[in-house]
Design a protein around this ligand. Structure first.
Ligand code: SF4
Length: 388
């Protein structure tokens, strides 16, 4: 049986950040224990539907949110015990937990490490007080520095830090300051995201009523270019459009997504891709908990809490493969593997599109692989759009 990845969604936060449109809730902390039990039930239910008596191997597990670091040790143990009982989690599995600086102390980090968590992803976002305040983050940069030190003290050395560029009012200099500040902490991995102002967020309202300036795509491109240069100079491998890692520290879990591999999404609002099906779990935690009380599951990989799913048709699988694998800058898309999987070469199906994108120097073919060019890194969405 092929090994897969597991994503577990924890939809609780203490406070909602101004730009956030993730599936998270600030007033449901009293549901955490029953939610952990429902998640354990979903893990059991999905695993039980797989044919055969062997447990399915899993090589990565990712607690995403929300703020997973708000879960107590007992709640995390309930979930992890269910995972280990119903899946063959490999001995060296990458187990990541997203955490907000300021929500963790040494005792907590030591306890999660003892439970098996061996990678932490800190939502740092910026080192500049005014930018953190505008984003309505609850921590300051000093809390991020402390969190990193404590994680290392607890024995967790595989650390990611998230930063955001394209923040209203952020300049090239203030961005350079944030990049330098995180580099001085030498995390194993860095994820840099361009802010998108989503409908329904406070930030969208501020944009509409003129409280903040509109996004400046040219400045965001300069910020991205600066990060590419600085991180490269510090030995980070730019292995995915928005992700950099020191050698040997690429995120195995996210590599499953970018290689268009199989992953189970469990928990309220999670998305999954397995058995040729893409699906989505119901978002509202109370509804999720109620749904998990129903006994009749619809068949692997779906649980009773799945709200939508569809079986992927051939052309859709091709498109998914292209737009996920092109995100991997070194690896790119293996043309021979594509032809073997789909019984047709990529150039047969998308010859004219590829020709044009190569002519525009956004894609390049070399060593049997199709890759984005450095110019294509900046215009990746336009490249992907051409394959849809
Ligand atoms: S901590 Fe993350 S998930 Fe929670 S509100 Fe802020 S951005 Fe959203």
């Amino acid at each position: 049986m092929n090994s897969l990845s597991l994503y577990l969604h924890i939809p609780f936060c203490r406070h909602r950040c101004a730009y956030c449109d993730f599936n998270t809730y600030t007033s449901l902390a009293d549901l955490q224990t029953v939610y952990a039990e429902s998640l354990a039930a979903e893990i059991r239910q999905v695993a039980a539907q797989e044919a055969g008596s062997e447990r399915r191997p899993a090589h990565t597990l990712f607690f995403g949110g929300g703020t997973p670091s708000l879960m107590t040790m007992g709640q995390l143990e309930t979930i992890l015990t269910a995972v280990r009982t119903h899946f063959a989690l490999s001995e060296n599995a990458e187990i990541t937990m997203e955490a907000n600086p300021g929500t963790v102390d040494l005792a907590y980090l030591t306890a999660v490490h003892n439970l098996g968590v061996n990678r932490i992803s800190f939502g740092v976002q910026s080192a500049i007080p005014g930018e953190l305040a505008l984003l309505e983050r609850e921590h300051d940069f000093a809390a991020a520095v402390t969190a990193v030190q404590l994680a290392r003290q607890a024995g967790i050395t595989n650390l990611n830090m998230d930063l955001i560029y394209g923040v209203p009012g952020q300049t090239l200099d203030s961005w350079a300051e944030s990049v330098q500040a995180v580099l001085s902490l030498q995390p194993a991995h860095l994820s840099l995201y361009c802010l998108t102002i989503e409908p329904g967020t406070p930030m969208k309202r501020w944009l509409e009523n003129g409280r903040i300036p509109p996004p400046d795509p040219d400045l965001a491109a300069d910020q991205y270019a600066l990060a590419c240069e600085q991180l490269g100079a510090h030995g980070y491998d730019h292995y995915e459009i928005s992700n950099w890692a020191l050698p040997g520290y690429a995120c195995e879990h996210n590599l499953t997504y970018w290689r268009n591999g199989e992953y189970l999404g469990l928990g309220a609002g999670a998305h999954g891709h397995a058995g040729g099906i893409r699906y989505e779990v119901v978002k509202q935690p109370r509804v999720y908990i109620r749904r998990m009380e129903q006994p009749e599951a619809p068949g692997y990989p779906l649980s009773t809490a799945v709200s939508a799913h569809h079986t992927l048709a051939g052309p859709e699988q091709m498109t998914d493969t292209i737009i996920t694998q092109l995100r991997l800058l070194n690896e790119g898309l293996d043309l021979a593997a594509f032809a073997e999987k789909f019984g047709q070469s990529l150039l047969e199906v998308y010859g004219r599109t590829v020709e044009q994108l190569v002519e525009w120097e956004l894609l390049a073919v070399a060593d049997g692989r199709l890759r984005l060019t450095p110019k294509g890194w900046f215009l990746s969405n336009q490249v992907f759009y051409r394959f849809l």
